[in-house]
Design a binder for this molecule. Structure first.
Ligand SMILES: Cc1cc2nc3c(=O)[nH]c(=O)nc-3n(C[C@H](O)[C@H](O)[C@H](O)COP(=O)(O)OP(=O)(O)OC[C@H]3O[C@@H](n4cnc5c(N)ncnc54)[C@H](O)[C@@H]3O)c2cc1C
Length: 386
C-alpha cells in the first residue's frame, strides 16, 4: 500500500514540526509555503517543558542540539520601570518538569527543524488560495496555478489561515489592543548575565524584556496597550516610537533600543481569535496558530503547536482511518488549548464575546487555578508514546 499523502500548508514552526512528526510515522508529508525563501524572523522564542518534551518525542536528540544553540534560563528578574527590583526567581523547571525554560533565536530553531527534513519536501512560492473536497481526499489550489492532490490537508498557515477560512469562515483576526516591538541583537551589558531574563513592568500594560538567547545574542521584546493598531511608516519612525513609549524607563532599556539598528526592529500589532469548538472538516484540519492563536503573554503559542504536531502524528498512526484520527486529535487538543487561550486572554487583559459553553467552562476552570497550579498543569504535559 502506498504511504498516506499529506499536504501541510505553511512552513512555520508548526508546519515544520508536523512534517517531522508525520514522516516519523512513514507518512509522505509535503509542505507548501507561500514565501520565496525561509527568511529568518527577527525574534527570540521561549520554549517551555511541554513544548520541549513534544519536540523530543518527535525527533529524539533535537532538544540537546537546541540547548547548545540557545540559553537555559536559570534566573528571571522582575523590575519596575523606575529600576526597583520586585523579584528575582531562580528557576527549577528542569528539576520539576524534566526540561528547562530554553530561550533561542527563532532563526536557529527554524534552521534546526529544517535540518532534520529532506529539503525537497518544502515547496516554496506555493501560496494556497483554496481547496476542494474529493471523494477520497482533497485537491489544493495554489496562486502559481499548480494543484496538488492529497489524502489529508493540514492548515498550519498561521493566524490569517486560508484553510481556516474555508472550513470555519470566521473572517479576520481581531486586534487585541496591544502593539509589540522586538529585535535580536548582539549586546554586551553587565546588567544582563548569561542565562538570565529580565522583565520590566510599567503602567498601561507596558512591558520591556531582554533575554539571553545564547551565542552572544539577546532578544528584546516590548509591548504597550494602544487603541490604534496602525504601524509606523519607516524603520526610523519605529525606533523613535519605541524610544518615546519607553522614555524615562530605567537603563538599559534606552541603551538597548538606541544600539539596535532601526531596520532590525519588528513592529507588530497583536491579534488573536476566540477559541473554536471544532477545527476539522472531512479530511482537512488545522494546527498551531491557524487553530488557536493567542495573545503572546504566556509564551505558549509555538509550544502548543509542537504538542499538536506530536498528537496529530500519534493519532494518524493509531486510528483505523483519517476521519477517526482527526476526531481523536480534536478531542484531545481542543479543551487544553482553550484553557491556554483563556488564560492568555485573561493575562493579556482581553475578553472574548463568545457564547461557547465549552470555552466559558475553560475560563472558569483556569480562573480557579493559581499561577503555580497552572504552570504545573501546562508543564507536566507528557507526550503519550506509540
Ligand atoms: C511578539 C510575539 C512573541 C511570541 N513569543 C512566543 C514565545 O516566547 N514562545 C512561544 O511558544 N510562542 C511565542 N509566540 C507565538 C509563536 O510565534 C506562534 O504561536 C508560532 O510561531 C505559530 O507557528 P505556526 O507555524 O502555527 O504559524 P506561523 O509561524 O504564523 O507560520 C505560518 C506559515 O504559513 C505560511 N503561510 C501563511 N499563509 C499561507 C498560504 N496561504 N499558503 C502557504 N503558506 C502560507 C506563512 O508564510 C508562515 O510561514 C510569540 C508570538 C509573538 C507575536
Amino acid at each position: 500500500m502506498s504511504p498516506l499523502k499529506v499536504a501541510i500548508i505553511g512552513a512555520g514552526l508548526g508546519g515544520l514540526a508536523t512534517a517531522l512528526a508525520l514522516r516519523k510515522q512513514g507518512i509522505d508529508a509535503q509542505i507548501y509555503e507561500k514565501a520565496q525563501n525561509l527568511l529568518p524572523v527577527g525574534a527570540g522564542l521561549t520554549l517551555l517543558p511541554n513544548g520541549l518534551k513534544s519536540l523530543d518525542a518527535i525527533t529524539p536528540g533535537i532538544v540537546e542540539s537546541l540547548k547548545e544553540a540557545g540559553s537555559q534560563a536559570h534566573r528571571v528578574n522582575l523590575k519596575k520601570s523606575i529600576g526597583e527590583t520586585i523579584a528575582q526567581n531562580n528557576l527549577s523547571l528542569q528539576d520539576n518538569y524534566g526540561q528547562p525554560m530554553l530561550n533561542i533565536r527563532w532563526s536557529r530553531l527554524q534552521e534546526m527543524l529544517v535540518s532534520y527534513l529532506p529539503l525537497d519536501i518544502i515547496h516554496l512560492n506555493h501560496r494556497c488560495v483554496n481547496f476542494e473536497y474529493l471523494e477520497d481526499g482533497v485537491k489544493i489550489y495554489f496562486e502559481n496555478d499548480t494543484t496538488v492532490k492529497a489524502d489529508l490537508l493540514i492548515g498550519a498557515d498561521g493566524i490569517n489561515s486560508v484553510v481556516r477560512q474555508v472550513i470555519v469562515g470566521d473572517g479576520s483576526p481581531r486586534y487585541a489592543g496591544r502593539m509589540s516591538w522586538r529585535a535580536v541583537v548582539e549586546y554586551g551589558n553587565e546588567q544582563l548575565l548569561d542565562n538570565e531574563s529580565t522583565f520590566i513592568l510599567g503602567s498601561n500594560g507596558k512591558n520591556f524584556s531582554f533575554i539571553d538567547v545564547g551565542s552572544g545574542y539577546i532578544f528584546w521584546s516590548a509591548a504597550a496597550l494602544l487603541l490604534d493598531e496602525s504601524t509606523s511608516p519607516s524603520p526610523t519612525e519605529v525606533k523613535s516610537r519605541v524610544l518615546e513609549v519607553f522614555a524615562d524607563w530605567t537603563e538599559p532599556v534606552q541603551s538597548i533600543v538606541q544600539t539596535t539598528p532601526a531596520i532590525k526592529i519588528v513592529e507588530r500589532p497583536i491579534y488573536d481569535r476566540p477559541p473554536l469548538e471544532n477545527w476539522s472538516k472531512g479530511r482537512v484540519t488545522l494546527l498551531g496558530d491557524a487553530a488557536h492563536p493567542v495573545v503572546p503573554v504566556l509564551g505558549q503559542g509555538a509550544n502548543m503547536a509542537f504538542e499538536d504536531a506530536w498528537e496529530l502524528g500519534l493519532y494518524l498512526q493509531r486510528s483505523p482511518n483519517i476521519e477517526e484520527a482527526l476526531a481523536n486529535y480534536e478531542n484531545s487538543r481542543i479543551k487544553r488549548t482553550q484553557i491556554i487561550q483563556a488564560r492568555s486572554a485573561f493575562q493579556g487583559s482581553r475578553s472574548y464575546d463568545t457564547d461557547s459553553d465549552q470555552f466559558l467552562g475553560g475560563i472558569m476552570e483556569q480562573a480557579k487555578m493559581s499561577q503555580a497550579e497552572f504552570d504545573d498543569w501546562v508543564y507536566n504535559y507528557e507526550p503519550s508514546m506509540m
